[in-house]
Design a protein around this ligand. Sequence first.
Ligand code: NAP
Length: 259
Amino acid sequence: MELGISGKRALVCASSKGLGRGCAEALAAEGVDLVLNARGAEALGATAEALRATYGVSVETVACDVTTTDGQRRVLEAAGAPDILVTNAGGPPPGLWSDWDREDFIAALDANMLTPVALMTALLPGMCDRGWGRVVNITSASVRAPIPQLGLSNSARAGLTGFVAGTSRQVAPFGVTINNLLPGIHATDRAVALDNGKAEAEGTSVAEATANRQATIPARRYGTPAEFGAACAFLCSQQAGFVAGQNWMIDGGAANITV
Ligand code: NAP
């Protein structure tokens, strides 16, 4: 399917690896010029070079922590007036509800709620003025099927989901859509880290921990960044112009919910 976004410009945050990179790659394959971001300059540069070489699109990089005010200023300055915004950052640490104090919540809210809110607040006016825009926020399946040990993530992402629910309806009249992609378990560095942690905690091998987690997913495997990126590119397409304010689970059927 031709998505009709060749020549558009996208800011894709936290995109040197994993799901962010999957989104960047799927957009590059559609001919979208990119501004990529991550904290580590080396992996970021390597990803940018790979996408330029493979897809022939323009790729700029901004090595910074996007969850800081200065980082947001820098990515916004580099992006200029993008047509597409993909928000993403690392997730908060797991724990027990009684582990966390006010500062832990503020850090989680800053990273996974207030950063995407700040980026949208900066870029939505221009998108509305130009009469076209696409925003995709990478959140988590835990928004609809909360994960007990991810209380900080559940809280921050629920806040973002609430902001998007209202804001997406306010910008839809201007040809701008905002949607959230909710990943279940995907084969990224994060999944490997979680498998390692589970193996250590349960005294099993990493292969066993992975197999046990895969068995909980009806698709019997982890998702791939390429599959996730394809969903993102579709939400950024011309064809998805009537999809607004949605929370799309990409989890191989893991969450047993009806709506
Ligand atoms: P990942 O493989 O660890 O990749 C994270 C990417 O984001 C890297 O490029 C990393 O580069 C960059 N990054 C992290 N923190 C950043 C920051 N503060 N500023 C700028 N860049 C940053 O992670 P992932 O699996 O793709 O996960 C992405 C998001 O989806 C996370 O919020 C995660 O909680 C959520 N999620 C993932 C899964 C899953 O199964 N993978 C499931 C549910 C939710 P640097 O480290 O160099 O900055």
